[in-house]
Design a protein around this ligand. Structure first.
Ligand code: FES
Ligand SMILES: [Fe+2]
Length: 325
């Protein structure tokens, strides 16, 4: 499948990978994720280069991944370290190795580099969240391509319709702006919706002035880290993780500043309950959009309220290429 390349992609939560290897589908491929003796995460294709066994059924021993079928051992670098049938002095055939992917663990996620090696830069995340917020994570899988899922969260015009019983209550269907800023790192959008009272749109120049000094309502950091500012002390992050062309895993991170242990925990649970209800309203619509990959949607016709979507789609079209093993 096509994904934006040369970036760090969040692929799973740190808490999802413990001492046992796990099989996870990402970018349309099955990976075996595992941790070495130091707890460092690694990922190989979930297929042993010997006779194709599923490496995620194996185990970790002395910092190496051991295949469950014939016991071949693999270094974190992917090279085969030992073939039991050939003995301690035995030869290892040239080229017998797993493809290695470069991972980093940061901000509670495990990230994969999707460009040529060596990897460069660091995963893009939100500095204020990293420093000053309590977080609560949940994951939801849905039958939607990541491109449509991300565009949905940049969409200023759907609130009064899709979310009319929740965050879109009040019939504020008229969209001023949004005022949008794009950079190489992502997109910021200041959303201003109101009830249609027959007056003209507020000019973008005026919206720009109004947005000065205010946090954007929505921010997307490429490739797939999205931040919603509800209030200075309450924010939501979604990391959109491509499982395959038709499936996306949404990692929802509720962020707040209630530091008391039990109350903070319960507060996070309540926020996530609301987030789930709101996301289900979106999924009810976006799991039926065609074509599934927005880059293929050359017939979509945009309106002014779609500014952030247009910028994202332009960026994705320029950067998405086939991810192969
Ligand atoms: S298939 Fe993995 S060791 Fe044989
Ligand atoms: Fe929505």
């Amino acid at each position: 499948m096509k994904i934006p390349r040369n970036l760090w992609h969040p692929l799973l939560l740190s808490t999802e990978l413990n001492t046992k290897p796990v099989k996870l589908r990402r970018f349309g491929l099955d990976f075996a994720f595992w941790r070495d003796a130091d707890g460092k995460p690694h990922a190989f294709p979930d297929r042993c280069p010997h006779l194709g066994a599923s490496l995620s059924q194996g185990s970790v021993s002395n910092g190496k991944l051991v295949c469950p079928f014939h016991g071949f051992e693999f270094h974190p670098s992917g090279e085969c370290a030992h073939i039991p049938a050939n003995g301690a002095q035995g030869k290892i055939p040239a080229g017998l190795a797993c493809t290695r992917y470069v991972l980093q663990e940061l901000h509670g996620f495990i990230w994969m580099w999707t460009g040529p090696l060596p990897a460069s830069g660091t995963p893009a995340y939100f500095p204020d969240i990293a420093q000053g917020f309590q977080t609560c994570d949940i994951a939801i899988d849905a039958k939607v391509n990541y491109s449509r899922a991300i565009e949905n969260q940049l969409d200023a015009a759907h609130l009064a319709f899709v979310h009319k019983t929740t965050i879109g209550f009040g019939g504020k269907s008229f969209v001023d702006g949004p005022y949008v800023e794009a950079s190489d790192d992502g997109i910021k959008s200041w959303v201003a919706n109101r009830v249609d009272n027959g007056t003209a749109h507020i000019p973008l120049s005026e919206l720009k002035q109004l947005s000065t000094g205010r946090a954007p309502s929505l921010q997307l950091l490429y490739p797939a880290q999205w931040l919603l500012t509800i209030s200075p002390k309450m924010k939501n992050i979604i990391a959109f993780v491509p499982i395959d062309e038709h499936t996306t895993r949404f990692y929802l991170r509720a962020c707040h500043q209630v530091r008391l242990p039990v109350i903070g925990y319960l507060y996070g649970v309540v926020l996530q309950t609301m987030n789930k209800i709101i996301l289900r309203q979106d999924l009810n619509i976006i799991t039926h959009i065609t074509p599934v990959f927005s880059v293929d949607a050359s017939n979509d016709r945009f309106i002014g309220a779609d500014r952030a979507i247009v910028l994202y789609r332009r960026w994705l079209t320029a950067n998405a290429t086939e991810f192969t093993e």
